[in-house]
Design a protein. Structure first.
Length: 323
């Protein structure tokens, strides 16, 4: 049986987030001859619709209302609920981002649906869709499926390989005015804290520092290494608690969960809370003076040494590599 899949598209600073294209790729695997329907909230444009079409969308719904210009739980949950009731999809997919983690469970509760959250993989066997998600801080993985009703799931960024765009694809664009009432929260201003040019959850390379970096100034070398590699900069909770950097940079169980292609841990001992946030990285490089540091148990490559000696050498060598 064919399935129509609704993909919730997310923007940041007016730009479509990479996770939306990853979710569109996952959606294409599930249709079995049905349609991939992308929904954009707020004012949309033809360029966005074309990008979504090239990455797999057959239809693009642009849900408009003045309350949707900035994200708020009340407005977006009402808007998505109305779109779901109009489209009547068989599957709903969102990115497991800050917005997705807030929005998905509220809409699921409104619609009386179950939610499979934080999925890192999808297996499609005929009409059966199985979602893979980590449990116990990534030590185990479970497979889950929905036996009846609408399937609702959130996909962790940087886990589904984004498909190549097809310039020949087009989509039917439908603009619809949604009804929003009962707004309990008014967004007055958005104050942004950022780790740099790249979002930690979507970065392909992350350079992280821990208590061994010793100071805020000690992070300057990590910023320089990140600049050379085109990477984002993260930190352990110990570094954040010590005031070396902002909590927006924290990777771990109480921070951001990341799965980059390359994770370079500098001066991080490897507490279980930190490992829970990065142990699923494809390649882990650890730099630490203590040869018994727990981080080395999960590292693919281990460098026992002073990060203040090792990192400058890495910067020097990486600068020699042609981009």
């Amino acid at each position: 049986m064919s399935k129509n899949v609704l993909v919730v598209v997310e923007r940041r600073d007016g730009i479509l987030r990479n996770v939306s294209f990853e979710v569109l790729t996952a959606a294409q695997q599930m249709t079995n001859g049905g349609e991939v329907i992308a929904v954009v909230f707020g004012q949309g444009n033809q360029d966005e619709a074309q990008q979504l079409a090239q990455h797999g969308a057959d239809k693009v719904y642009i849900a408009t209302n003045e309350e949707l210009n900035a994200y708020s739980t009340d407005a977006f949950s009402q808007a998505l609920t109305e779109v779901v009731q109009t489209v009547k999809p068989d599957v709903i997919l969102v990115g497991h981002t800050a917005m997705g983690r807030d929005l998905a469970p509220r809409v699921a509760a409104r619609l009386g649906l179950g939610l499979i959250s934080d999925c890192t993989g999808v297996e499609v066997n005929g009409e059966e869709i199985v979602f893979i998600r980590p449990v116990y801080a990534g030590k185990l993985f479970q497979k889950k499926k929905v036996k009846e009703g609408i399937i609702f799931a959130s996909i962790r960024p940087n886990n589904i390989v984004k498909g190549e765009p097809n310039a020949q694809r087009t989509a039917n664009v439908i603009e619809t005015q949604v009804t929003i009432t009962d707004i309990r929260t008014i967004i007055k201003d958005v104050v942004k804290k950022t780790t740099g040019k790249l979002d930690l959850t979507e970065a392909k390379i992350i350079v992280s520092g821990g208590r061994g970096v010793k100071s805020a100034e000690g992070f300057n070398q990590l910023y320089e290494l990140a600049e050379v590699l085109g990477a984002a900069v993260g930190a352990s909770r110990a570094a954040c608690d010590a005031g070396y950097c902002d909590y927006a940079m924290q990777v771990g169980q109480t921070g951001k969960v990341v799965t980059p292609d390359l994770y370079i841990a500098c001066g991080i001992s490897g507490a279980v809370q930190h490992l829970a946030g990065m142990s699923n990285s494809k390649i882990i490089v650890a730099i630490n003076k203590d040869p018994e540091a727990p981080i080395f148990r999960v590292a693919d490559y281990s460098i026992v040494g002073d990060l203040f000696e090792v990192v400058p050498l890495l910067i020097e060598e990486f600068k020699k590599v042609p981009v």
